[in-house]
Design a protein around this ligand. Sequence first.
Ligand code: BG6
Length: 477
Amino acid sequence: MSSEPHLFVIFGATGDLTSRKLVPALYKLLLSKDDGQSVILGVGRSELTDEAFRATIREALQESGCDKKHATNWCAGSVHYQQVTDEDYSQLRRRIENVENERGLTGNRVFYLALPPSAFEPVISALGEHELATSRGWTRLVIEKPFGHDLASARALNALVHRYFDEAQVFRIDHYLGKETVQNLLVFRFANTVFESLWNRDRIEEVEITVAEQLDVANRAGYYDGAGALRDMIQNHITQLLTLVAMEAPAKWNAEAVRNEKVKVLQAIAPVELDHVVYGQYEAAGEVDSYSNHDGVAAESTTPTYVAMRIHVDNWRWQGVPFHLRTGKALPERTTQVTVTFRRPPVSFFSDLATEAFDRDVLVLTLQPDEGFDLCIDVKHPGDTMDIDKIPLSFDYADRFGVVADAYETLLADIIEGDQTLFVRADEVESSWEVFQPVLDSEFSPEPYAAGTWGPAAADEIAVTGWKTGASNCSED
Ligand code: BG6
């Protein structure tokens, strides 16, 4: 696959995502490919000249560490702006054609919707109605999360998208899939037979996926209060991690084969037992104010800022193995980990140890912030007695490879190359909502937890051998 010169149209051009992630990533990408022909066209409701828009982009590029002079020259030639105030896209269409003609482009276009979800429907319809869903070259549609608010809205959005676009044109973003270490999960599993041969119910007792955030909801309460932790993190990011951990080896390394296997995992998830779900909402502690005091949070809001649950993947490989999923805001640290707990030996000669909490071998895959893995194994402590220590066999990404690329760089490169492997397919997003819809439909009220703690104590009842992230699984000594 190759990247060809194209027009990259960003809806939501004056938003935070555009300046913080998209433009710096595009700048690096185009530079690395020596592409002096592709153009960015920002689209927004604000009245801005090209020059005023370029000034904001220049500033964003400088903040992300780009050379001032080079960034200024690049913006002058490669960045444009078009105001759109209603759903009449005739003017936008003319502008697109003009920019393409000036630059000698052949009609390859990306439409990136960096927009709030309420804007997806009108923009997709307007693109379709103004015959912008196809062109002389290729046309790709990129949709940011959240994709739907529930199963019905996700289905409706898919139906609308498919009215104008083929699935092969659609790139649904889940930025977790662009993280280097998330992709490494697949290499770890399928390039190392030593682990793959253990990766099943015979050897694994349980799997935990924790995405812990130290930050509170900050100034995003307006969005967050209508979403909550289940919609914001579990239905998408954590479920994506789950599919990569649990999937079978694809027949080939291509988008359809990989996504087919991910969908099969989702379809095998057993109905979630509601008493295996714990919700929490943080209360004031230290510097952090209560969730309920944030501007934008409804009075008496029952929006969960924390969810922990146990689920089962009912297939041959995973029958009987609990998967523990957990996420929360205002927790003690920012960590994303997959922990795989192996079964105890069938007979333990070292019986004293067998009663300890972490006597099982644990594989800890840290996806952020200190990317790498630790395999915690038993080692005899030197001396006369049979004392045993848990010691990590460790690999640290940064030590070996230095800084890892931002997820958006990876994802934008794939969009431009037309590789859909790391994007969520229509049936995948719907299967994921199908799993969680009954949970969303159930009545609950979140339990309070103090900011800076690991969430409500009730969550400890869910994890069969205890939550591993945040506990000391191995010692460094
Ligand atoms: C976003 C959520 O999708 O992911 C945020 O809406 C969350 O609430 C963020 O903070 C976490 O992403 P990362 O890459 O910082 O782990």
